[in-house]
Design a binder for this molecule. Structure first.
Ligand SMILES: C=C(O[C@@H]1C=C(C(=O)O)C=C[C@H]1O)C(=O)O
Length: 385
């Protein structure tokens, strides 16, 4: 049985420093904080016990412990309820870890991402799942998909697209290869790059990073370090490792990677566009339930003939369904030497179980040679890295 919340006692005002005739002292303020902390701990544990019971119920019903939709709702409500003075970001972090810790009482979730730790994929994983999970850094985006597919982990984090630099081909390619994996949630992470090094600015001869990060900073680098050699490595965190090992080299990576590898921040916020957002997908074996504020990602191939694409996607317009993303992706799927083929990746508003979306997808399917629903999931808010 869950314990009753500590007591019905209202936050005591009688004993508050303001009501005593004497001026409040440091000691009296601190004893008030000690009393509040005690109540908070009782309430936090009471909350965790209830979450544990919800987890047991879910297990009986064959549901998963983690619910992206519910966690978004809890955080949104906490932020809407708060009248300050705590910053919204602080509250968000507190609730994120509270839910992460509650989940871990039932099972340690394993989350794969492109590593090493402190890559942006890892930061996105922490932003979504908190710290009380086992982060499993792997060597490539393909390996993230494979880890989920082999059930070595429950979830994987993969980048889909960046607002400055466009789609991430390695991710789209893996959806072509393993279309059975579903997008379960999205994470929109505001990415701020730093130039990190153990050497001084004037000594930097080589800059390591992932190709997308170098591309997002290319004007800044061209202007400020025009002579440096740019070297593409598997991830931004791997770049920080190089910069730690080698003198006269630098990395473009997150500030957190700089702290972790003991590097100096030679310059911060070096991304060319201040609005630099990477959209990550949480992939798993199943889709998320409806929330009423969902989107759906599709992968389709249309006949290679005049109007093939228009005939399929005009059905969204006809049925009042908003399309928010489209990417064409060359593929060997269904292609021959004389007849190259393209797959299209699309995002539409709504959940595949919403009646109007379902009906429209049935019509779209008839116009396609192939249509995969890669997942329906709640629209993600933008989170700071
Ligand atoms: C308790 C639940 O399970 C998990 C824990 C949550 C929490 O601590 O509030 C919220 C969503 C789930 O990820 C639930 O679904 O309500």
């Amino acid at each position: 049985m869950p314990r009753k919340p500590s007591s019905d006692r209202k936050p005591s005002t009688a004993s508050s420093p303001a009501d005593t005739k004497r001026a409040p002292t440091l000691a009296s303020f601190r004893s008030e904080i000690d009393r509040i902390d005690k109540e908070l701990i009782t309430l936090l544990n009471h909350r965790a016990e209830i979450a544990l019971q919800i987890g047991q119920l879910k297990q009986k019903q064959g549901l998963e412990v983690w619910s992206a939709a519910r966690e978004d709702e809890v955080i949104a409500r906490a932020l809407a309820t708060s009248r300050g003075p705590l910053p919204a970001e602080t509250l968000r972090l507190i609730f994120r870890e509270l839910m992460s810790g509650s989940r871990s009482l039932q099972r340690t979730m394993r989350i794969a991402c492109l590593g090493p730790k402190y890559s942006y994929s890892h930061l996105a994983a922490v932003a979504k799942f908190g710290e009380a999970v086992e982060h499993v850094p792997v060597g490539s985006i393909a390996a993230v998909f494979e880890e989920v597919n082999r059930r070595h982990v429950q979830f994987g984090i993969v980048p889909l697209e960046n607002s400055t630099d466009g789609r991430i081909a390695d991710t789209l390619d893996m959806f072509v290869r393993l279309p059975g994996l579903k997008i379960r949630a999205e994470i929109r992470l505001r990415v701020h790059h730093c130039l990190l090094s153990r050497s001084e600015w004037g000594q930097v001869q080589r800059i390591y990073s992932k190709s997308q990060a170098l591309s997002q900073c290319r004007h800044w680098i061209g202007k400020n370090l025009p002579e440096a050699r740019l070297i593409d490595v598997v991830s931004t965190a791997a770049a920080a490792e190089h910069a730690q090992r080698e003198e006269f080299s630098a990395a473009v990576a997150s500030q957190a990677a700089g702290v972790s590898y003991g590097l100096k921040v030679l310059a911060a916020n070096i991304e060319d566009q201040p609005h630099n957002i990477t959209r990550f997908a949480v992939i798993s074996e199943r889709s998320e339930e409806r929330t009423g504020r969902d989107k759906t990602t599709l992968m389709l191939r249309v006949p290679n003939q005049p109007g093939g694409l228009v005939e399929a996607i005009s059905l969204f317009k006809k049925n009042g369904i908003n399309m928010t993303w489209i990417e064409s992706f060359p593929t060997s799927d269904g292609a021959s030497d004389s007849d190259p083929n393209y797959l299209f990746f699309l995002d539409i508003d709504g959940h595949a179980d919403d009646e109007p979306v379902k009906k429209t997808l049935d019509l779209v399917r008839k116009k396609c040679e192939r249509l995969e629903i890669l997942g329906s999931y709640p629209r993600g808010e933008c989170i700071e890295s």
